[in-house]
Design a protein around this ligand. Structure first.
Ligand code: ZN
Length: 306
């Protein structure tokens, strides 16, 4: 090591010792179990029995957390492809409401009604379990809710948004994706979050998180900050390279509210929109990587904003 490298090493070491004392432990095993519990309820697309079961489950879970408030939103919409109405349910848990310096973390909890990318065409009209697509982001948010409940924030506020109706669109129909987050934009409460981070499909065994294009356009400062933290922690799965645009909740949120938002997403999941999107194809280790980075980010921000 040359002198510069040694100094850099010492700074990183000192930094990690400093923060390791104040950043709570992220229990990835628990996150994995939350994926299993969601999948045990069956597919959770709008109008399904699983949607109703998870709505009840999440209501109860969030009522046990020490947030200042949990706002529960119900939106009746017309099903985009069927002649019926369905209900969408969004949940917003708000921690440290005194702070105007707020960050929102969001994940969609609905699952796709059709396995339209399944290798077997006979499965194309069957619903997926959404262990990774839906389940993984929600699982990390649930563990974070427990962490923040037990490790009170002093300076910043965190909002956790569990959003419904992300995955109703058919291929190409962008306006029928992200319906829940678009509805949320009509009712965002004060104080509004300053920026937002969306977690989606973060549990692939082979985790790969390049920078999604809209994220970089909408909130470059946030991308740089989070990818730098991840790399500092040794998590090279957060790749410093750009990938194409993905219309996800972070995009709908930004377009409808102007809140700068990014997406942490692994769009390389081989089981995407297939019947194989099941817990066995999810990894506790990947959940640990994303969960730890989020935890580090939240508690660093809290510390920095003293
Ligand atoms: Zn999806």
């Amino acid at each position: 090591m040359n002198q510069e490298a040694v100094i850099k090493f010492i700074i990183i070491l000192f930094g990690s010792i400093l923060f390791s004392q104040s950043v709570p432990y992220f229990d990835a095993k628990k996150a994995y179990d939350y994926i299993v519990e969601q999948c045990d309820l069956g597919p959770r697309y709008p109008g399904s029995p699983g949607q109703e079961s998870f709505r009840i489950y999440l209501t109860e879970f969030l009522s046990k957390q020490k947030s200042d408030t949990t706002i529960y939103y119900e939106h009746t919409i017309k099903h985009p492809y069927e002649d019926k109405n369905v209900k969408l349910y969004n949940f917003l848990s708000r921690f440290n409401l005194q702070s105007n310096n707020r960050i929102m973390l969001m994940a969609h909890w609905d699952t796709r009604e059709i396995a339209d990318r399944d290798a077997n065409p006979e499965n194309h009209d069957k619903p997926i379990l959404g262990a990774n697509d839906g389940g993984s982001g929600v699982a990390v948010l649930m563990v974070l809710a427990e962490i923040i409940s037990n490790n009170e924030l002093s300076n910043i506020g965190i909002d956790l948004l569990f959003v419904d109706g992300e995955d109703m669109g058919r291929s190409g129909d962008i306006e029928n994706y992200c319906i829940g987050s678009t509805k949320f934009c009509e009712v965002i409460p004060e104080p509004e979050p300053q920026h937002a981070i969306c977690l989606d499909m973060i549990a692939d065994h082979d985790l790969s998180l390049p920078v999604e294009y809209y994220s970089y356009i909408q909130a470059p400062f946030l991308v740089k900050e989070i990818w730098a933290i991840a790399n500092e922690m040794g998590y090279t799965q957060f790749k410093n390279e750009l990938t194409g645009p993905i219309y996800d909740d972070h995009r709908a949120l930004y377009l409808n509210s102007r809140i700068p938002a990014i997406d942490i997403i692994d769009f390389d999941y081989p089981h995407w929109h297939t019947l194989q999107d099941i817990p066995e194809n999810c990894s506790e280790k990947s959940l640990k990587i994303v969960g730890e980075v989020m935890c580090e980010y939240i508690y660093r921000k809290d510390y920095e904003n003293k």
